[in-house]
Design a binder for this molecule. Structure first.
Ligand SMILES: Cc1cc2nc3c(=O)[nH]c(=O)nc-3n(C[C@H](O)[C@H](O)[C@H](O)COP(=O)(O)OP(=O)(O)OC[C@H]3O[C@@H](n4cnc5c(N)ncnc54)[C@H](O)[C@@H]3O)c2cc1C
Length: 448
């Protein structure tokens, strides 16, 4: 760090420390050690915390452990999951477990272990303003000791995404209408209600339905509505996974904007669906509930599992009914039958995903310079984003498996040199004729 007119200056300031900026920090550490890059990362939470609202028992990462913060870029880094396991004396246990998928709470602990070794990651600091300055950018933040100011040549926004709420229900009690991001907080109360509606059939929706089926009070009705035509499994075939390679990202980036938008809409099974395991667990639960309803007699109507699964339904809005303890009345439309109906329920969990946004802390002058991300994830000169570029970079944008690669691309761009050598080709699939022609002499590209 050097200082211009009393303000500490850094080559790079990262805003937010989720997995993506933490990956960047871990890959930047060797440069900091040899004094070729001065970096600072600021995070508003008091410690590294990862989606605590969905930290449910037994839930795992959806990607193998090699998608840690560093390995797919630098397998020799000391910040790998394997090194964490060794340092915490669990390496043999992990080896014998023969399980590629860390539990979510293990992943959070691993990230905390990495963050603790990076003194330039500061927690409990909320960035309040970023604006252009002579030295690049001026970053104002609130620290535990009070307001502070630094400047930077480059800024990397890693602030994650925000819960997408498709509608508001004014007046509703906080536990009665909530986003899946807050599920764990309200879980004790939700488990005791008679009737819960979960909306959305991504992984979070499925995990919440499963959790309620396993832990709700006897007789609780769990209703699961989704706009999707079916409760679909995640695409997990080996070649399907090649959509999560840098090769596909480059191809996607080269497409016209409207083509990209169409493609994203058609790729729900690559990023919005449910893991095979969770679907199997759900089915096993329903299967035994159907048995219990016949032979145990605790669930009401014979044969009724206490669960209603209804796909193809758009929920268009909701009204809070305060009488008799309060309930939510939802208006629903079965999309294909064009039939409207209502649902009356004690609580609604919106497992309706997340969206990126332009952060409010960018001052107006800087905000108006922000454009689509280029291949190096730059949205304006000196400003980079992580996980806000799905429209330009495709389905892999929020995927942890591409995090270490993107962080290295940004680091190479910021330093103007190849700090990390990146694979020229990562997929067997050639996504465009030019890529195929590089290895296949039978492919002739017509030059118009
Ligand atoms: C429940 C859940 C499970 C997931 N599991 C997987 C998975 O298994 N595999 C996979 O590939 N993807 C997964 N994802 C998708 C995605 O990769 C993760 O959401 C990941 O956390 C995104 O990382 P991030 O760094 O972009 O953002 P986040 O993890 O959201 O971190 C952003 C950070 O920025 C901080 N911040 C925001 N504003 C400021 C500010 N003004 N000042 C300072 N700090 C700020 C926030 O406090 C936050 O800590 C999952 C997503 C969810 C919701």
């Amino acid at each position: 760090m050097h200082s211009t007119s009393g303000t500490p200056h850094f080559d790079l300031v990262g805003v937010g420390i989720g997995p993506f900026n933490l990956s960047l920090a871990a890959l930047a550490e060797p440069l900091r050690e040899n004094h070729s890059l001065e970096a600072l990362f600021l995070e508003r939470q008091p410690e590294f915390a990862w989606h605590r609202g969905m930290m449910l028992d037994g839930t795992t990462l959806q990607v193998p452990f090699l998608a840690d913060l560093v390995s797919l870029t630098d397998p020799t880094s000391r910040f790998s999951v394997l090194n964490w396991l060794r340092e915490t004396d669990r390496l043999y246990s992990f080896y014998f477990a023969e399980n590629l998928f860390l539990e979510r709470r293990e992943y959070e602990a691993y990230c905390q272990w990495v963050a603790a070794q990076l003194p330039f990651c500061r927690f409990g600091t909320t960035v309040t303003r970023v604006r252009r300055a002579e030295s690049g950018f001026e970053i104002a933040y609130d620290a535990p000791s009070g307001p502070a100011l630094v400047s930077a040549t480059n800024v990397v926004l890693g602030i994650g995404t925000e819960p997408a709420m498709p509608f508001e229900v004014s007046g509703a009690a906080p536990h009665a209408v909530l986003h899946s991001a807050e599920y764990a907080t309200h879980r004790p109360r939700l488990r005791d209600l008679d009737d819960i509606t979960v909306i959305g059939s991504g992984q979070s929706g499925a995990e919440i339905v499963l959790d309620l089926l396993r832990s709700g009070v006897p007789g609780q009705r769990v209703r699961w509505l989704t706009r999707s035509a079916a409760f679909e499994p995640m695409e997990y075939s080996k070649l399907g996974l090649e959509h999560f390679t840098p090769d596909y990202t480059r191809f996607f980036h080269s497409l016209r904007e409207d083509v990209r938008a169409d493609l994203l809409r058609s790729q729900g099974r690559l990023h919005k669906a449910i893991s095979f395991q969770t679907l199997a667990d759900l089915h096993a639960e329903l299967h035994m509930r159907s048995f219990d309803s016949l032979y145990g007699g605790t669930l009401g109507l014979a044969g009724d599992t206490g669960a209603t699964l209804l796909p193809g339904v758009s929920v268009t809005g909701g009204v809070w009914r305060p009488d008799a303890g309060g309930s939510v009345e939802l208006t629903c439309l079965h999309d294909r039958l064009k039939r409207e109906f209502r649902v009356v329920t004690d609580a609604v969990v919106l497992a309706t995903g997340y969206r990126d946004r332009l952060p409010a802390f960018l001052d107006a002058d800087l905000a108006q310079l922000i454009g689509p991300a280029d291949l190096e994830h730059r949205v304006a000169p000196g400003v980079y984003v992580q996980n806000a570029e799905q429209r330009t970079h495709g389905v892999g944008t929020p995927d942890l498996g591409l995090g270490a690669h993107r962080a290295a691309v940004i680091l190479n761009a910021v330093t103007g040199r190849t700090v990390y050598d990146l694979p020229r080709r990562a997929a067997h699939t050639a996504f465009d004729p030019e890529a195929a022609a590089e290895r296949d002499p039978g492919i002739r590209i017509e030059v118009p």
